[in-house]
Ligand binder design. Structure first.
Ligand SMILES: Cc1cc2nc3c(=O)[nH]c(=O)nc-3n(C[C@H](O)[C@H](O)[C@H](O)COP(=O)(O)OP(=O)(O)OC[C@H]3O[C@@H](n4cnc5c(N)ncnc54)[C@H](O)[C@@H]3O)c2cc1C
Length: 195
């Protein structure tokens, strides 16, 4: 027996929430599905945590490189674990405040990995969800390139800022090699360089 919705959304990131809210405004029912953490990349491991730590790194950098001739450079001590903990607290607080009040009523969420059963039905954690429409909003994740030897060494990806998952990154490395030179590499590279 499947639960019926006007809109079934795969994922619970920014795209999913925007669609679910619009559906609710139109008087429709919507359900999101999520295999990781509710809120997706931006809130949990992307925009929010990165901007929080990037700002801390900026303060460290500007103390060492003051813009005014009358200010002497100062080297700040860095407790990276404490910085990560406050970042995690901010993410958890945001999640509670923002998503707690949105869910319920016309918008609900089912946790688990989703798969299609037929063109209008998906299965999540043993439950069947029927959607008049189905929206795929599963976002993206870092590609692990087929590089020889990579499977034999520990490595991190741009998912490193995740809060509440095992992949969370807690210690500042002494040095770092970044494979890739896109905006993610630049913005995270600058942050680590400044720390
Ligand atoms: C470090 C970093 C910094 C960033 N900074 C910015 C920024 O400053 N500004 C900006 O605009 N963007 C930024 N981004 C990009 C931004 O986070 C993404 O573009 C945005 O989150 C994508 O939203 P989405 O809803 O499409 O997907 P996501 O937020 O990724 O959500 C998709 C969700 O679907 C879930 N999912 C996938 N497959 C399944 C499945 N089979 N079953 C159930 N659930 C599934 C995933 O677990 C995920 O939670 C940043 C990203 C990173 C990594």
């Amino acid at each position: 027996m499947s639960k019926r919705f006007d809109l079934v959304i795969l994922g619970s990131g920014s795209t999913a929430f925007a669609a679910a809210l619009r559906a609710a405004e139109l008087g429709k029912t919507a359900v999101m599905t999520e295999s990781r953490i509710v809120g997706g990349t931006c809130a949990n491991r992307g925009c929010l945590p990165s901007k929080n730590l990037i700002e801390a790194a900026r303060i460290v950098y500007e103390s060492a490189h003051p813009r005014y001739p009358g200010l002497a450079p100062a080297k700040m001590g860095i407790d990276f674990r404490a910085l990560v903990e406050q970042k995690d607290e901010i993410v958890h607080g945001y999640r509670k405040k923002k998503y707690g009040s949105l869910l319920g009523g016309r918008i609900s969420i089912e946790k688990g990995h989703v798969r299609f059963a037929d063109p209008h039905t998906v299965e999540v954690d043993g439950k069947q969800l029927f959607g008049e429409k189905i929206l795929i909003a599963t976002g993206s994740r870092p590609t692990i390139p087929p590089l020889e030897g990579l499977v034999d060494v520990p490595f991190i990806t741009s998912d490193l800022l995740t809060a509440g998952e095992d992949a969370g990154f807690r210690d500042l490395p002494e040095s770092m090699v970044i494979l890739g030179g896109g905006y993610m590499a630049l913005v995270l590279g600058e942050m680590f360089r400044r720390f």
